[in-house]
Design a protein around this ligand. Structure first.
Ligand SMILES: CSCCC(=O)C(=O)COP(=O)(O)O
Ligand SMILES: [Mg+2]
Length: 228
């Protein structure tokens, strides 16, 4: 019996184009100036060092660090220091009202209904926990953070690794089989299933399905049997 839901964001409850065509270009445009002007801030300094460690260039100058970060945005590489810095940059855009966090209406209705039915809701995204809080605080529906009990990002591990889901379950008051993971990416669902979680594939953009996972095209197709 499913008692909790762990959801991906991009492609599952949020339109991919909001991330790819709004958030990423905004971060790419702001990143060089943000990183240079905030490089002494402890949170930013830590991510700059993490970039240097990732590229194995401990003496890299700030322009080299920035060029790698921009390349990672352009190639959608979910590398943790980039995701942490994006979250810091996006805060300004949300607070300025430059954009609101997209939620599919069917997803919002589904999450509300599950919360009201007593399910615990959690988030696991490549976006940082900071970025997750922001997309929900400044969502199309206002501040929807009360829906969620906790948030996880790639600090627990990459989303296509089984151990990441084992790490998340270790922090929840539920057994793996009591948690349903929602994602648009089969490799993520495979990793979650290997860790013992239930899985449901959101096929919003005509992507290929897998026999290993039940699927729906949107949450209007969700049925109670999927919680059994
Ligand atoms: C939290 S909004 C930004 C999402 C993001 O940066 C990203 O890379 C999306 O990855 P996901 O694991 O949510 O598909
Ligand atoms: Mg996704």
């Amino acid at each position: 019996m499913i008692k909790a839901i762990l959801t991906d964001i991009e492609g599952t409850i949020t339109r991919i184009s909001f991330v790819k065509d709004v958030l990423f270009p905004y971060a790419a445009g702001q990143l060089p100036e943000f990183v240079k002007s905030h490089q002494s801030d402890p949170e930013v300094a830590a991510q700059i060092e993490a970039v240097k460690a990732h590229i194995e260039q401990p003496e890299a100058d700030i322009d080299t660090v920035i060029s790698h970060l921009i390349h990672w945005i352009e190639t959608d590489q979910k590398i943790t220091p980039l995701k942490q810095l994006q979250g810091l940059i996006w805060q300004t855009g949300y607070e300025n009202g430059d954009f609101t966090g997209h939620l599919y209406p069917d997803a919002y209705d589904f999450l509300q209904a599950q919360k009201q039915a007593g399910k615990s809701l959690y988030v696991y995204s490549s976006g940082s926990v900071k970025a997750q809080h922001l997309i929900f605080e400044f969502s199309d529906y206002g501040d929807v953070r009360p829906l969620f009990s906790d948030y996880f990002d790639t600090k627990v591990g990459a989303k296509q690794q089984q151990s990441s889901y084992e790490n998340i379950i270790a922090e929840l008051p539920f057994d793996a089989a009591e948690v349903l993971f929602l994602s648009d990416v089969v490799a993520e669902l495979d990793a979650a299933k290997a860790a013992g979680l239930g899985t449901l594939h959101l096929v919003r953009d005509g992507q290929a399905v897998s026999d290993a996972h039940p699927y729906i095209n949107d949450f209007s197709e969700f049925s109670a049997e999927l919680l059994a």
